[in-house]
Design a protein around this ligand. Structure first.
Ligand SMILES: Nc1nc2c(c(CN[C@H]3C=C[C@H](O)[C@@H]3O)cn2[C@@H]2O[C@H](COP(=O)(O)O)[C@@H](O)[C@H]2O)c(=O)[nH]1
Length: 412
């Protein structure tokens, strides 16, 4: 169950990364979303950025407190986690029912699959096991209610429970994604997703090093839930967020070792893993300017971007620089609900804005910078991704910023 939006052809072989960057840039410009150099400079030289980047951009959280029997089993776990790294559109109902957001729920769910596989008979994380996970099982493991109470049509005073509502829709998508991916893997003769990813990492488009492009291509072509691409008024856009996230997760988790167990692609120039958080934050931080945007995007974040708002958000955090305590919070407020086209346009704009931010940082005349901030010229795209994503949870005032909402997708 991937998506019902019109889809373009795959990019030409060997040009997957370039297709993401070029298509996202073209779509941002077509939608008249501007990214001004002054806005980039203002962010990069702000206390909000300079005081938190080094701490926050390394908080990747991808070493898990689980005992994996083999490195391949850990790769499989990471791959399934990345495959299921969606549900952002269900953040508010998830918070209401479980007290945590999309990522934390998906992580807990994948943990449970791993743990019950370790103690039970068959592995739910195998290609065969993935196909057996029912909607009911997903709901039970996640601890969400998939029933909606409504009054009986004819008998007054009687309510009936029926399977519907956002949580039902989400568990259906999770179960369908597992089933569909398990089927594809089994047909192709792979015992699990990790084994397939290990094969993809061996793809080399040229030279001897593992290739980001070839790995991405293989993942996207084989697995429908990685085909994060669309046609917007006939113009192709490629985002491939979950596949790129997966490849970067592999480099974070296994790349530091002197002799890594798998070929490790260089992800330092990988496009960012664009979801709802990145574009929303970039609008709030004044980098994405929607004031002249088409597709009725100029009104979706009416409160963002004023000088007054920016001066607080770009300053150091209000009270102290300590991270927000991880206590149970009130559910977040739902952000603007977008159409699929609008969401693709904003996600594309975030990909391009991050390219422009890193380019600006590279080209900045460092003689104009103080010694203690010269490091900004070395920031990478994935580090910028993690900073944006994690800082959105790090500061109490950023937690309150609205993120746009798109349901009915398995891509982010
Ligand atoms: N661009 C980008 N998007 C990311 C992640 C992650 C996972 N981050 C952890 C893993 C490694 C990182 O370093 C972080 O420690 C989740 N998401 C997306 O956010 C969405 C919202 O979730 P929430 O706010 O919880 O409801 C979720 O559906 C998913 O699409 C990321 O890193 N980058």
């Amino acid at each position: 169950m991937a998506s019902t939006v019109p889809v373009p052809e795959f990019p030409p072989s060997g040009h997957y990364v370039a297709a993401v960057k070029e298509s996202c840039s073209a779509l941002r410009q077509k939608a008249n979303i501007s990214v001004k150099p002054e806005a980039i400079r203002r962010l990069l030289l702000s206390p909000a950025f300079l005081n938190s980047f080094k701490r926050v951009s390394v908080s990747h959280g991808l070493a898990f407190p689980l005992k994996f029997p083999t490195l391949l089993s850990e790769l499989n776990f990471l791959s399934i986690l990345s495959l299921l790294n969606f549900a952002s559109g269900y953040r508010v109902p998830l918070h209401e029912q479980t007290g945590r957001g999309a990522w934390d729920n998906i992580r807990a769910f994948t943990f449970s699959l791993f743990i019950s596989s370790a103690t039970g008979s068959g592995s739910l994380l195998s290609a065969a096991g993935m196909q057996t996970i029912s909607e009911q099982q997903v709901a039970e493991i996640m601890g969400v209610s998939v029933h909606i109470e409504r009054p009986h049509e004819t008998i007054p005073g009687v309510t009936v429970g029926e399977l519907s509502g956002p949580m039902f829709e989400l568990v259906r998508r999770i179960s369908a994604t597992l089933k569909e991916t398990g089927e594809v893997l089994q047909q192709a003769g792979y015992p699990d997703l990790g084994s397939f990813v290990a094969e993809c990492l061996k793809e080399r488009s040229s030279g001897t090093s593992a290739s980001l492009d070839a790995t991405l291509e293989k993942l996207v072509r084989a697995i429908p839930a990685f085909r994060d691409m669309a046609l917007i008024d006939g113009q192709a856009v490629y985002c491939f967020k979950k596949a790129l996230f997966l490849i970067h997760a592999v480099t974070i988790r296994f790349g530091a070792s002197a002799s890594p167990p798998f070929p490790i692609p260089d992800t330092s120039q990988a496009p960012v893993f664009t979801d709802n958080v990145l574009p929303s934050l970039l609008v709030h931080l004044g980098v994405l300017d929607l004031s002249e945007a088409s597709y009725t995007l100029s009104t979706v974040f009416p409160d963002a971007g004023s000088e007054e708002k920016l001066s607080t958000l770009l300053a150091a955090p209000p009270s102290s620089d300590t991270p927000a305590p991880n206590t149970k919070k009130a559910p977040p407020k739902g952000g603007p609900i977008l159409t699929s086209d609008q969401a693709y346009i904003l996600r594309a704009a975030a990909v391009d804005a991050c390219e422009l931010i890193v380019k600006f940082a590279r080209e900045v005349d460092i003689s104009t910078l103080d010694d203690d901030v010269k490091w900004i010229k070395d920031i990478t795209l994935p580090d910028l991704d993690i900073w944006l994503w994690a800082v959105a949870k790090d500061r109490p005032d950023y937690r309150k910023l609205e993120r746009f909402v798109l349901q009915h997708t398995v891509f982010f």
